[in-house]
Design a binder for this molecule. Structure first.
Ligand SMILES: O=P(O)(O)OC[C@H]1O[C@](O)(COP(=O)(O)O)[C@@H](O)[C@@H]1O
Ligand SMILES: [Mn+2]
Length: 643
């Protein structure tokens, strides 16, 4: 063992007692049951629904309440208490409005604090005291610990405990304590959160989700294609930038760009007003009960066209300078007969509708007008100087990766690109060919490089981020082509189809999943692949658990726009010491509904995998690190302290 390393360690553990105490502590921890992992994906800006799933721990909170109180409480009482744990601030106000006098309120406070403490004690039974302490409301740690660890069997201290309760209530601290304890409970039921991609786009509040994740106690992120699009824009890719604005316009979310991230859209609006008019193909998607004025809709419709046309133009030079992207079929602006208003795709000619080509030079469709160029430069400047976006993107980079190996499982948003035979699909980049894990590692290398060099906008790394969004060998896109252009301008639905990578039918097969797990050095007997990205069409009988349980697809279906195709609000996954459970969620209506009617988006659980023996911390990623530390400390003990 390296003497210098031991010297360093000896500085921290400078007595034999300290070393021994730490070894005992770590050994004990590694024999506790593993903490609960919670997997969610495809949040798509749906902050409220995500909050709900987070606050109820995919049904875990209610389960713990039921374990404790099922014998003595009615369903209504259970729902009420659950709502208090999920949304304590609001629920307390509702309770107060119902109680008739101070005495009844005092009684409710005392009883509720006692019940919360019982719940916390139960929910923390597999954690150390130190871990629980970290989860307790900071200002009340001392008091809560006193109440939690009552050991006086002689009842000598009863008056002492009574007095604590009385003081909390008379000093007006009861609400705060209950709120704090509710958040402690939420935190205890989930030890670690995995977000398997697609935080951004389509829904209204991705920024609030980011803030929630930044404040969450333990989280990792596997980037989704939409997250990569935002990273690409921030890293200097103009085409990614055009895409994120186009999607925001399409879903009536330009507020995110303008108000949330402070990017001035005025120059783009001026351009849009000059060249575009109303166009049924570009009106934003709106819910039936919207209250957006016609003039606002018209403005968005114009911006939508302006930015979509800029996007299509910007794609051309990238496709041309990167022949190995194999995207020449996507040079669609060059396939248009601008006089006849037709396009030739795959040898077939289609009429075009809803066209808006006022800024296109038919001889050079890739050319941006000077004004378009200036607009994009300004937008990029604003974007790269948004303090809030910088914070969110940095967090995405810090906690995120294209895939993650965690406790024997492989987490990845989209796919492992395969050919029809089930071999790892090959992609040539410059003069080298990559496939499988190596290809994805190369993608990640370029993405991180692009992020580190936001001033470079046309280099390979920046182009590659766009490729990850839309290229046929991308592990996040998983389709042969993105038919955005066709869906705007061609009526024939045949042209709208996006052919999926063979992975999506091959992943039903046990052997293929085993092969993929091996490619990532994971044990195929125990590991699972966990995917997001494709909404599971339960409506049509699709099963989210595939390949004899080796493959689990948890597209959360949070995205309202997609709920009609899934028939459900999607899935989340829990992995605790007893095994893995898939949770199916019903549609989330509103927080008010949960608070007033006790309707929890109640979840149906399906067992995916059951551990033969309860899984311990020592068998996890974290446990591996603990065992390494124990071994180092034992060396320290032997070489520095033992006589
Ligand atoms: O329904 P929209 O918003 O037009 O988006 C459709 C596009 O989104 C994609 O499905 C990618 O987004 P997802 O990752 O959410 O599937 C593309 O394949 C498709 O072209
Ligand atoms: Mn996706």
């Amino acid at each position: 063992m390296d003497a210098q390393f031991l010297d360093l360690l000896a500085q921290k553990y400078d007595t034999e007692e300290k070393v021994v105490t730490e070894i005992i502590n770590l050994e004990a921890i590694s024999n506790l049951p593993k903490g609960t992992e919670h997997f969610v994906s495809d949040l798509h800006g749906e902050y409220q629904a995500f909050q709900h799933v987070l606050r109820n721990g995919s049904g875990n909170v209610k389960e713990k309440i039921k374990d404790l109180f099922r014998e003595v409480w009615t369903d209504n009482e259970i729902n009420d208490f659950a709502a208090l744990v999920y949304y304590p601030e609001e629920k307390i106000q509702l309770v107060k409005a119902e109680l008739c006098n101070q005495q009844a309120l005092n009684q409710w406070h005392r009883q509720t604090i006692e019940q919360m403490l019982m719940l916390i004690s139960y929910a923390s039974s597999k954690y150390t005291r130190s871990k629980l302490r970290k989860a307790l409301p900071e200002q009340f740690v001392y008091i809560v610990e006193e109440l939690l660890y009552k050991t006086d069997s002689t009842n000598n201290k009863d008056p002492y405990y009574d007095e604590i309760y009385r003081q909390i209530i008379s000093l007006g601290q009861a609400d705060k304590l209950i709120i704090g304890l509710a958040y402690t409970t939420q935190r205890l039921v989930v030890d670690h959160l995995h977000v398997v991609g697609d935080i951004y786009d389509r829904g209204p509040d991705p920024d609030k989700i980011m803030d929630t994740l930044i404040n969450y106690h333990s989280v990792d992120i596997q980037w989704g294609n939409h997250d990569v699009l935002w990273i690409g824009a921030y890293a200097g890719s103009l085409v990614c930038l055009a895409n994120i604005i186009r999607i925001c316009a399409r879903y009536n979310n330009l507020d995110i760009i303008e108000d949330v991230y402070g990017i001035n859209l005025r120059p783009l609006l001026n351009l849009a007003e000059k060249y575009y008019d109303n166009n049924p193909g570009f009106r934003p998607k709106l819910p039936a009960d919207h209250n957006v004025s016609e003039s606002e809709i018209l403005q968005i419709t114009k911006i939508h066209q302006a930015i979509a046309m800029i996007q299509f133009k910007l794609e051309i030079p990238i496709i041309k300078r990167r022949p190995y992207f194999h995207m020449s079929e996507r040079l669609l602006l060059e396939q248009i007969d601008y006089d006849k208003n037709e396009i030739k795709i795959g040898g077939k000619t289609y009429p075009l509708e809803n066209t808006c080509f006022a800024t296109v030079n038919p001889q050079h469709p890739e050319q941006l007008l000077e004004e378009e160029q200036q607009v994009m430069e300004k937008l990029l400047f604003f974007l790269q100087h948004s303090e809030k976006l910088a914070r969110h993107m940095n967090f995405l980079m810090k906690k995120g990766s294209l895939y993650l190996k965690y406790n024997g499982n492989l987490l990845i948003h989209g796919c492992i690109p395969l050919d029809e035979e089930g071999n790892m699909e090959k992609m040539q980049i410059e003069d080298k060919t990559y496939s499988g894990r190596q290809l994805i590692d190369v993608f990640e290398y370029y993405l991180r490089y692009a992020f580190a060099h936001p001033e470079e906008t046309d280099d390979l790394a920046t182009d590659m981020v766009w490729y990850i969004w839309t290229g046929e060998c991308s592990s996040l896109f998983g389709k042969r082509e993105m038919t955005t252009f066709e869906r705007y301008f061609i009526q024939d639905k045949e042209t709208h189809k996006e052919r999926k990578n063979p992975y999506y039918h091959l992943r039903e097969n046990d052997e293929i999943c085993r092969k993929i797990l091996l490619e990532f050095d994971l044990n195929p007997d125990h590991g699972h692949i966990i995917n997001g990205h494709t909404p599971v069409k339960e409506i049509r009988g699709e099963n989210p658990v595939k390949a004899n349980g080796k493959m689990i697809v948890i597209d959360g279906g949070f995205s309202k726009a997609y709920q009609s195709t899934t028939g459900i609000a999607g899935y989340t996954l829990l992995y605790n010491s007893f095994g893995m459970q898939l949770v199916a969620h019903k549609k989330f209506n509103s927080k008010e509904d949960v608070l007033c009617n006790g309707t929890d988006v109640l979840s149906v659980k399906r067992l995916v995998d059951k551990e033969l023996e309860r899984k311990l911390v020592r068998e996890t990623n974290v446990g591996e690190k603990l065992l390494q530390k124990i071994s180092n400390l034992k060396n320290l003990l032997e070489y520095r302290y033992m006589k």
